[in-house]
Write a protein that binds this ligand. Structure first.
Ligand SMILES: [Zn+2]
Length: 159
């Protein structure tokens, strides 16, 4: 609405400038010419200012629309990614996100960091070996540096 108001006011200023041009050609005295010229200049400047404001508002609106479209695309992509995984307890109170059984991504078996996943980031846990003097397997998240302890290795590690 704001843009439409700016534009309508700008157009009426330009229309008024056109009428003043006609009056200018029909002026009969120098004083009349000066007055019409002054009004004409004022109308042109006003129209110019209003048009610039309308253009500015339009550019801001396009920018907001573009950002919303990008955000919507990101949400759509994440929703698709999220649907391919399920939360899984790997023991010792550790949770990871694993691909849904029978998934068709063509990716090798892997685990995702639950912390990063909940922040809409896909971070594949990296095997870091066994805990010293224990049978637990350690996995690290390269994104948030958290470590997961599991009593068994991920299907990817088991080959
Ligand atoms: Zn993480």
């Amino acid at each position: 609405m704001e843009d439409a108001d700016d534009l309508a006011t700008a157009l009426s200023a330009i229309k008024r400038a056109g009428e003043l041009t006609k009056s200018l050609t029909q002026a009969t005295s120098i004083e009349e010419v000066r007055n019409h010229a002054f009004d004409l200049q004022r109308q042109i400047l006003s129209g110019q200012e209003l048009l610039l404001a309308a253009i500015q508002h339009q550019a801001e609106r396009l920018d907001r629309t573009h950002k919303l479209e990008e955000r919507l695309a990101q949400v759509g992509e994440w929703t698709a990614t999220k649907s391919r995984y399920r939360l899984k307890n790997v023991g010792l109170g550790a949770f990871i996100y694993a691909p849904e059984p029978g998934g068709t991504t063509g990716e090798p078996e892997h685990w995702l960091c639950a912390r990063c996943f909940d922040n809409r980031q896909r971070s594949v846990l990296q095997y870091k070996g066994r805990a010293p003097y224990k049978q637990e397997h350690l996995y690290g998240c390269p994104n948030c540096n958290s470590t997961i302890r599991a009593p068994f290795a991920s299907p990817g590690e088991q080959g």
